[in-house]
Design a protein around this ligand. Structure first.
Ligand code: AMP
Ligand code: GLY
Length: 425
């Protein structure tokens, strides 16, 4: 079997999980990462490229005989890295820039959803601040304010009152989210449990992956500010997501990919659907053009597949559902974060106990915000530091094992939620 060298872009827990799964494939040759993190750089070589530069990535990949480029985060996709890599004749996992607009522009995603008749929150979008403020006052109640463009997961303000909504509108137009806030989307507030559904697609065939549920708020009981995600579990049990909900969500993913096709856009890669399970059925909160973080850290450990073959099939149009099957096990992943996250935090704290934790049965520790010092010690280097994932036959065991492993790891300021996966039980 011919081995191929792989370049993976990104530096988070999602990318560490992707790297581990890729490395399990008999087709995996040399592994390169840009920029990587402390965990990834223990198993792959650093590629000296700026991940957001299409020409740098594509040229380096061509010069170094790379056979597959895997793009983890959204920013390089929106910048057109996948287009540039494919233009060099190199297979790439991740959508072209035209398709990545499903995440890069909330307005664009809403228009596609409307054409595809996909249920989502009612909305209006504004480039004029006064018109936007007038509309928010007219609503006179709860609504959700969203910066249109990419804002690293921060450009969403869930406002219970008109005052909170006006603060959100001001933040967007005053540049708190940069150019992403030049257009502002005002949405109806939806209620219900949330559920993420990732799907792989080659532009025609859509293969849904296992469901998962993120915990977006910083503190126990879903309190505190929104974060990138403080923990996650998979699968979401039937008391939260019924078979009917799941069929409806799968139908949404199929309809969106088909609609993009009709519009002349081939979506190849992972499409992430964020859903609210409302009393009227699942409604879309957002689409992302990539794997979820931390969803990937519970979905991939349960997936039985040769990820290199699957990613190549997404690129070349030969994806087939038979390439992927699932473990019956339950997975729970707890994020260990730096004190202060999602606000400001300190970095450079020495981390101990990762090897001991990872040696426990069923435990994998994915690095998120870490780096190695000159002596090979692991230091904190981000808000979300580590993802401690446990896979076990029941949620009770997975939760107990994950938290026992979290206790073995230490760094100054370590904080985490203690209720990850509790809703699954
Ligand atoms: P997004 O980045 O669009 O997924 O938004 C981040 C989080 O904000 C979501 O996970 C939800 O918790 C919340 N959210 C977004 N849109 C809505 C909405 N229309 N109604 C209620 N909550 C929302
Ligand atoms: N877990 C949320 C995201 O990946 O956007």
């Amino acid at each position: 079997m011919e081995k191929i060298d792989i370049l993976l872009l990104g530096a988070g827990g999602r990318e560490h999980a992707l790297l581990m799964k890729l490395s399990d494939s008999p087709r995996a040759g040399k592994l390169y990462v840009a920029p990587g993190n402390g965990g990834m750089l223990q198993m792959a070589e650093l590629a000296p490229v700026n991940q957001d530069s299409p020409t740098e990535v594509a040229d380096w990949a061509a010069q170094n005989g790379i056979g597959l480029v895997v793009v983890g985060p959204e920013a390089p996709l929106v910048e057109g890295v996948a287009d540039a890599v494919r233009a060099q004749g190199i297979p790439c996992f991740g959508p072209d820039a035209s398709a990545a607009r499903m995440e890069g522009s909330k307005e664009f995603a809403k228009q596609v959803m409307a054409r595809a008749d996909v249920p989502t929150a009612a909305y209006r979008s504004f480039t004029d601040r006064t018109a936007c403020e007038d509309y928010v006052r007219e609503l006179a109640g709860p609504c959700v304010i969203k910066a249109d463009g990419l804002a690293a997961g921060k450009g969403v303000i869930v406002a219970q009152t008109t005052e909170e909504a006006l603060v959100g509108v001001a933040q967007c137009f005053d540049g708190a989210f940069g150019a992403a806030g030049n257009t502002v989307v005002v949405e109806e507030m939806l209620e219900g449990p949330e559920c993420s559904l990732l799907a792989l697609t080659d532009g025609q065939t859509v293969v849904p992956l296992a469901t998962s549920q993120d915990h977006k708020r910083a503190y126990d009981g879903d309190k505190g500010p929104n974060t990138g995600g403080m923990g996650v579990y998979s699968p979401v049990p039937e008391h939260l997501v019924s078979a009917g909900d799941l069929a409806a969500m799968t139908d949404v993913m199929n309809r969106v990919v088909a609609q993009l096709n009709t519009d002349g856009i081939t979506y190849s890669g992972c499409l992430y659907g964020g859903f609210m399970l409302t009393k009227d059925g699942p409604k879309v909160l957002e689409f992302n053009a990539r794997f979820g973080d931390p969803e990937t850290q519970v979905v991939l450990p349960r997936m039985k597949a040769d990820l290199v073959e699957v990613f190549l099939a997404c690129d070349n149009g030969t994806l087939d559902a038979s390439m992927i099957s699932w473990d019956d096990d339950c997975a729970v992943s707890v994020v260990l974060a730096s004190a202060g996250y999602p606000g400001s935090y300190e970095s450079g704290k020495r981390i101990t106990g990762v090897q001991e934790a990872a040696a426990q049965p069923g435990i994998t520790v994915y690095h998120a915000g870490t780096k190695l010092d000159a002596d090979g010690n692991t230091l904190t280097a981000g808000g979300r530091v580590l993802d401690v994932t446990a896979v076990a036959p029941t949620f009770a065991e997975a939760r107990a094992n994950a938290y026992a492993a979290c206790d073995l790891i230490d760094f100054e300021g370590k904080q985490f939620r203690t209720d990850i996966g509790a809703k699954a039980m």
